[in-house]
Ligand binder design. Structure first.
Ligand SMILES: [Zn+2]
Length: 307
């Protein structure tokens, strides 16, 4: 009996505590912007990242408190920010302007696309270059962030015009509504154009060293995405081709379940032909197609984890 009472009291306190933290983070972000001089790019970047964290916290509090849909939760959370102006909301994504001090638009996507990710996780991206902390991310994480945003928006319930206009804002492209279908090639092209190349693997990583010591001696390893099942799942892989438009479907390494793997043919590493991914219905289907997974879905013995 007393136990129950105690529990109720504690859980109520937790929510209030979370709200206080949200408010404090907001004030701190504001103070940081003021102290650094709000006209500088650095201050705007710092303030924007702080605001993104505040928005995220507000969303998490809102969705933890009431189990509403994404659309309702994000609208309730954003109503707490007087400067926020709604551009568009859908069942899995939303766009707001007015918060970023440099005039950027926030694209917010519920991360429900990739089967391995936590349900309900919110990804936020500001349309202003440099406002997303990209530089601190690894090549793989950066690619995952961008893939989640693009493919998440595709299944977000946003109307076509809003979807294409936000892509154009993020990527500086001039796509027309009706000309963008989110195919594997189109998404890969957008990412490669945005960064000039696919992201290069970090030189201090175990995979980089293993590749350079063996099958990629004179080549640069670039991390690539392959979108399976119309963008609902993604396989990340390594090839020496820096642009998406270089059609080359041989993987030197493949990322699966949190690990990079290289394929052995006898005692030597080898590449794998992955053009067949094109017809795969799921990641499992694709990886079974190249023999990386056996019939039970376990990793085949000739695929070696690296790092
Ligand atoms: Zn911003």
């Amino acid at each position: 009996m007393t136990e129950n009472k105690k529990y109720e009291k504690n859980s109520a306190f937790t929510l209030v505590e979370i709200l206080i933290v949200v408010i404090i983070i907001g004030i701190l972000a504001g103070l940081m912007a003021l102290s650094a001089g709000s006209s500088t790019e650095t201050a705007e970047r710092t303030a924007c990242r702080g605001d993104q964290r505040t928005v995220k916290s507000a969303y998490y509090v809102e969705s933890a408190e009431r189990s509403n849909s994404f659309k309702t939760s994000i609208e309730n959370a954003m109503a707490q920010f007087s400067k926020a102006q709604k551009v568009s909301t859908g069942e899995g994504a939303a766009m707001y302007k007015g918060i970023c001090p440099a005039g950027g638009e926030y694209i917010m996507v519920q991360d429900i696309v990739n089967a391995n990710s936590t349900n309900g996780k919110l990804t936020i991206m500001c349309t202003v270059e440099g406002h997303n902390g990209d530089a601190q991310l690894s090549a793989l994480e950066r690619l995952q962030l961008w893939s989640n945003i693009i493919n998440g928006m595709k299944y977000s319930g946003l109307n076509d015009a809003d979807f294409v206009s936000s892509l154009n804002q993020i990527f500086g492209t001039h796509l027309d509504t009706g000309s963008y279908f989110g195919t594997n090639d189109q998404v890969r092209d957008l990412i490669a154009k945005k960064f000039d190349t696919m992201p290069a693997l970090e030189k201090d990583s175990a995979l980089y060293k293993e590749l350079k010591n063996t099958i990629m001696k004179d080549q640069t390893p670039y991390v690539q995405p392959y979108f399976i099942n119309e963008g609902k799942e993604t396989i990340y892989w390594i090839s020496p081709k820096e642009k998406s438009t270089d059609k080359y479907w041989y993987a030197d390494a493949i990322y699966y379940n949190g690990n990079w793997y290289m394929k052995k043919d006898g005692d030597k590493y080898t590449t794998s032909m992955i053009a067949g991914f094109n017809n795969a219905k799921s990641v499992k289907d694709a990886l079974q197609g190249i023999g990386m997974l056996d019939n039970n879905g376990s990793i085949s013995s000739n695929w070696v984890p690296i790092g």
